[in-house]
Design a protein around this ligand. Structure first.
Ligand code: PLP
Length: 395
């Protein structure tokens, strides 16, 4: 370990984000790594080629740019290795393919990101894997669902759209007693607010499209694993032939330099707006893990260092008028864009459907709307939401 590495290991988050993955001395002093585009890598002689005895061998196996990003992610996650994938969804499906085989049983949290569920219900089932969904509040009772052939337990905390927290350490200790690999989609918190591997998770998953990229212009996924599960993940990724371009890796590395300051801004604004919504007569409920009123707030408080910018609320609406009221609210917004994803600099809103849920049904007392609070000024965001409430009142 170099002197600088030792200093960075003990440094604060923003210092680490500013310096991790950088090695200017290797690039003639330039602060950032080069964008190394390439498929073919040349070898100096036949022996070296046959033995593949050099740092870089072929474009799909990594470049100096993708390595710079992986180094940073490994340092933040405390992981033995990280693979980069072309989307956050691929960052969930590739580890499932790596660790599951025909005849296995997998336990997936019911508040999971919907496309993860679609992959489980289609491709995993076709490949002979049995999938069962569990309540995010299950806690120790997860043990009752574990069968002799259960090989993988997937966590997502907070859950998509309804934000239920999970007792991660409890779940991982039970899973490991039955020799199951534990994967966790940690996109909401990023390793800045929660480090899954420190809580016993084996494989930490991120849609880097969100906060790491941060500008709604790049799609990417990270999968970071502990030592025990690294080789299988690495080999599955190699066998599938998946990789990202150096151009995209560069953009995500660039985004991560400011991820700490961006997240802090998202955190503050989102919490301010969530509290403001909670006090309104036209809001039935706010689903944000950092609010004391939230059912699993204690787990968030125990384990997480912060909260990010995405949460949901239930708009008050009479039975039978949910759709009209929520569409009127959404259509009156100007600063909020109506669109999928989150983690970028701009505010977004989407109507949420929980029709896919089998156990964790979520609130049913009104239409659910998910907000991603961007980096705009809070007063402007509130004014925009007020226009939405005014339109919903008239609908
Ligand atoms: C929790 C979660 N995981 C994974 C993804 C997938 O990321 P991507 O859009 O990069 O495929 C998303 C996207 O919204 C998400 O919300």
């Amino acid at each position: 370990m170099t002197h600088k590495d030792a200093i960075l290991n003990a440094a604060g988050t923003n210092t680490r984000l500013a310096h991790l993955g950088n090695d200017p001395a290797s690039y003639h002093g330039f602060v950032n790594p080069p964008i190394a585009r390439g498929s073919t890598v040349l070898f100096p002689d036949a022996r070296t080629l046959v033995a593949e005895d050099q740092a870089y061998t072929y474009g799909t196996h990594g470049t100096p740019t993708t390595d710079a990003l992986c180094d940073m992610v490994n340092s933040l996650e405390g992981s033995a290795g990280t693979i980069l994938l072309p989307s956050g969804l691929a960052a969930v499906t590739v580890p499932f393919l790596a660790y599951l085989s025909a005849g296995d049983h997998a336990l997936i949290v019911d508040s999971v990101y919907f496309p993860t569920r679609r992959f489980c219900n289609t491709m995993l089932k076709r490949l002979g894997v049995e999938v069962e969904y569990y309540d995010p509040a299950i806690g120790a009772d997860i043990e009752t669902l574990i069968r002799p052939n259960t090989r993988l337990i997937h966590l997502e905390a907070p859950g998509s759209n309804t934000f239920e927290m999970q007792d991660v350490s409890l779940m991982t200790s039970i899973a490991h007693a039955h020799d199951c690999v534990v994967t966790m989609d940690n996109t909401w918190a990023t390793p800045l607010y929660f480090k899954p591997l420190d809580h016993g998770v084996d494989v930490s998953i991120h849609a880097a499209t969100k906060y790491p990229a941060g500008h709604s212009d790049v799609l990417m996924g990270f999968v970071s694993s502990n030592e025990k599960h690294w080789q299988k993940l690495h080999d599955a990724n190699r066998d599938l032939g998946l990789c990202v371009t150096s151009d995209d890796a560069y953009q995500v590395l660039r985004g991560m330099r400011t991820m700490g300051v961006r997240l802090e801004h998202h955190r503050k604004s989102a919490l301010d707006i969530a509290q403001w919504l909670e006090g309104r007569d036209d809001v039935a409920q706010v689903l944000h893990p950092a609010l004391e009123s939230f059912a699993s707030h204690d787990l968030w408080k125990r384990d997480f260092k912060g909260s990010s910018g995405v949460f949901s609320f239930v708009l008050k609406a009479p039975e039978g008028r949910f759709r009209e009221k929520s569409y009127a609210f959404l259509d009156a917004l100007s600063i909020f864009g109506l669109g999928f994803s989150w983690g970028g600099y701009e505010s977004l809103a989407v109507p949420v459907s929980l029709r896919d849920r089998t156990v964790a049904k979520g609130p049913t007392d009104g239409p659910l709307i998910r907000l991603q609070i961007g980096l705009e000024d809070v007063a402007d965001i509130k004014r925009d939401l007020e226009a939405g409430f005014a339109a919903a009142a008239l609908a």
